[in-house]
Design a protein around this ligand. Structure first.
Ligand SMILES: Nc1ncnc2c1ncn2[C@@H]1O[C@H](COP(=O)(O)OP(=O)(O)OP(=O)(O)O)[C@@H](O)[C@H]1O
Ligand SMILES: [Mg+2]
Length: 329
């Protein structure tokens, strides 16, 4: 298996009036061809920033102070704007988190889809129109001909999300980044979208970086999982060891909050406290104030480096959860 995406030590911050928001702090991940990597973490952890970094779509106030993003042998952080334009849509595409906002409000759906096709191929407008309609149909949208003439404001959030998926998938990209592609959809629609993503991987050996805060989605989709907290990947592993033998207390908290069919009366402990201030991140592990395993060392030492605890399973923690404590998978 070969690597399609390798993010190394990615460090990204945003300049604001209140100070620098340290959104990503030396993030590492590797995604193989034909695999799904799920990045999971709570709101504000840096997930969308990661997606936008890979796409080269970070806003003006961004500083990337360290790292590399290798797409095969191209460093995306150092690629020219032309090279990025060429890759985007054709090789790498993004399903934006907020589909309705990502669509152009003053252009009908048809031209928005056709534009992506025409920009990257020699296909005639007529064929582009047919491809666009086929793609909308494939996304389960009824009456694509009519939808092509409509504007985003006239469509529901769920429809916009599926149109965004159509735009992202129409050129059969090798790497798809999907930022919360199913949040806000009802469960049947969610299942349908997830199935399309699985098909993309199976039929075209594509790779997906799937961003979500939903451990249920992770369980049903991931080959590999990264858990991100305050811009740090605190744990990563293949999906089975991550669910069976999670060691970081944050991962453990996320997993124990999952409802279980086999134990419906079980008490679910909510994670206490709130996420850290991303402008004034502490020197020590940022999870300490919310951590049930925190001890003196965690407060006194700089935040822990990632350690490989078993093959392919990395944990950044001084006092990991012991196996007997973890929820059995
Ligand atoms: N353009 C920006 N300028 C300043 N701060 C920003 C900007 N974009 C994001 N941030 C901040 O960076 C941090 C990471 O944001 P990001 O959107 O990546 O989080 P996320 O994990 O995607 O959250 P969510 O689950 O809510 O989508 C947050 O503290 C956010 O407020
Ligand atoms: Mg986000």
């Amino acid at each position: 298996m070969s690597e399609i995406l390798k993010v190394e030590d990615l460090t990204v911050s945003f300049g604001t009036n209140a100070g620098r928001v340290k959104a990503l702090n030396r993030v590492n991940l590797t995604l193989e061809e034909g695999q799904v990597y799920c990045m999971v973490g709570e709101s504000g952890a840096g997930k969308s920033t990661l997606a936008l970094s890979i796409m080269g779509l970070l806003p003006q106030n961004t500083e990337v102070s360290d790292g590399r993003i290798m797409f095969r042998d191209i460093d995306l952080l150092r690629a020219s704007p032309e090279q990025m334009r060429d890759l985007r849509g054709r090789e790498i595409s993004l399903v934006f988190q907020d589909a309705q906002a990502a669509l152009n409000p003053i252009e009908a759906i048809g031209p928005q889809l056709e534009e992506v096709i025409l920009e990257h191929s020699d296909i005639s407008l007529r064929n582009a129109n047919r491809m666009a309609q086929d793609m909308l149909r494939e996304m389960g949208l009824p009456d694509p001909g009519r939808i092509m003439g409509q504007y985003p404001f006239a469509l529901s959030g769920g429809m916009c999300q599926r149109i965004m998926m159509a735009i992202a998938l129409v050129l059969r990209p090798k790497l798809l980044i999907a930022d919360e592609p199913t949040s806000g959809l009802d469960v049947t629609l969610q299942a349908e979208i997830l199935q399309r993503l699985r098909d993309l991987v199976k039929e075209q050996n594509a790779s997906i970086l799937l961003i979500t805060h939903d451990m249920g989605v992770v369980a049903s989709m991931a080959n590999k999982v990264g858990v991100i907290y305050a811009g740090n990947v605190v744990e990563s592993a293949d999906v089975v060891p991550l669910f069976r033998r999670s060691q970081h207390p944050y991962t453990w908290s996320l997993l124990q909050a999952l409802p279980r069919l086999d134990d419906p009366g079980r008490r679910i402990e909510p994670l206490p406290g709130s996420p850290p201030d991303m402008i004034n991140l502490p020197e020590e592990c940022p999870f300490v104030p919310r951590c049930f395993k925190a001890r003196a060392e965690c407060r006194d030492k700089p935040k822990p480096e990632s350690i490989e605890v078993e093959e392919g399973h990395f944990v950044a923690c001084y006092n990991p959860v012991i196996p007997e404590d973890t929820p059995a998978g």
